[in-house]
Design a protein around this ligand. Sequence first.
Ligand code: GP9
Ligand code: MN
Length: 615
Amino acid sequence: MIAQKKRMILLLIFGLAIWLKTYIVYKSSFDLPMENLLQEIILILNPISSILLLIAVSTMFKGKLQKYGLLIIDLVATIILYANVVYYRFFSDFITIPVLFQTNNMGDLGGSIFELIQWQDIFLFIDIPILAYLVSTKFTNKLIVRKKETMLIFASALVMFAINIGLAEMERPQLLTRTFDREMLVKNIGTFNYHIYDSVMQTKTRAKRAFADSSEITEVENYIRGNNVPVNPNFTAKAKGKNVFVISLESTQNFVINNKVDGKEITPFLNDLIDQKGTYYFNNFYHQTGQGKTSDSEFIVDNSMYGLPSGAAFFTHAQNEYNATPEIIKEKGGYSSYVFHANNKSFWNRDIMYQTLGYDKYYSLKYFTTNKENSIGWGLKDDQFYAQSMKYLTTLPEPFYAKFITLTNHFPFTLKQEDEMIPEWTSDDGTVNRYFTTVRYEDEALKKFFNMLKEKGMYKDSMFIIYGDHYGISENHNEAMGKYLGKEVTPMVSAQLQKVPFIVHIPGDEGNKTIDTVSGQVDVQPTLLNLLGIKSNNLQFGNDMFSKQKKDFAVFRDGSVITDQYIYTEDKCYQSKDGTEAPKEKCAPYVEKGKNDLMYSDKIIYGDLLRFYNN
Ligand code: GP9
Ligand code: MN
């Protein structure tokens, strides 16, 4: 009995030591802002499950070996922690396995590694000599854990993990499937579990990549070439050499355009822009994003490929070879590329993915001054975001490609009272009510941005591409949306609600047109390249949206398909002009094309096939 107690106490003491170390590291070495008590509780609890798991593993050794097992796991856990501490001091980010093997990242670290080590770090290792001493004495020889106890420790690890995930889900719904942010993962499931998760994801990715071979790219290329149509030559080089502003409007759907709520215009600035010379507005343009939300829209727009059926390609396939817009226009047009977005740089793995896509610099959260007064919801208010971006923007070498990702119009659509340009709507659904008001604010902020650019003389030599990244109002709000639209939100209407605005504005150009060709985010890259007069051989699933031969076609990530005549969704075929159901054969060829598009795009990503393709 006594021996049993003692051995449990020993395990407990060292378990506690690792736990304490981890928490101290969280607090002293990482910057993990806590927004509420639940987050703090999760942070305190999150190392427990993995520590119990490690302890359970250490007790699986036979006899005396068990005590060495304990020493080894303490060492391993400490090394993992410390490696993250050192890495974080340089990169302000957590280690992810592929990055560890990426020579340029480690090369950056190489020279400065000694500067990153501090004398206080020694405290992190303080328990190890103590444990080593204890292990070397005879006293610990008898401290052997039996199978039954090992099982018990395993079981408690599982229970703790379940509790942890439960709490994390409360705090961050769909954390593991959707929100791929290393900081959030570490905050919610802990460093050790994060590394386990990262390893599993990486192994899956690597296995799929390993089985791919160079012949597959030929099949994909043949398919794509069969679907590509010639560009509209009247639009070729219309914006040659101009700076390009790509503005991603958070959660902005097309139904707000040229529309009112309680008699008030929702997007007066955009409506006005649409009527101006040099503007081409696409009123049948669809987002094609999946779980990767904003990051999917970026992926699709920059690559003319689709996002993945689950997870975010930004996170799972950031090590792939791509032929993204920044790379192409750098090589063929001398452009440099930038992203402005006032969020944590590791959100959606952007810091890594932007390097892969060829961006020269990412102006992330740390480049902006944020405080209570200038932030709301997800962070810096849009007007502040634009205003603070100006000082960076004016220093960029020209021509540039600058992507601005707005944030204020993000669920839960909150605003400070002084920013409410129109009152909230008055249905029973608060989310929908607030949405109109935040979109109105977003529109005003954009207007201010245009004015700032005009003041700085940056407007004339630029081209603007403005689009909505994905829906903001989900199907959970069909009732209120039905009330607003004055018609029931059927599956077909729901599919049509996936329209997002797409506006090309070229100052100095005389044209002005609303184009109703059905298109999607995948068509942006070919359209943009043609406007810049840049010819590229890269594989594009989309086509120039101005092209007379462009087919009216968009496929969603769930396989729904839109054409000018038919809409296929939830396994039914509808006639778009009156919403009546049509025989499935009518939709079949488009559904087939949609499936193939998605299948071939997935094939490229899973197999990392572009590494075999010479652009
Ligand atoms: C976060 C912003 C919003 O950086 O892009 O992300 P979302 O939830 O829309 O994907
Ligand atoms: Mn978004």
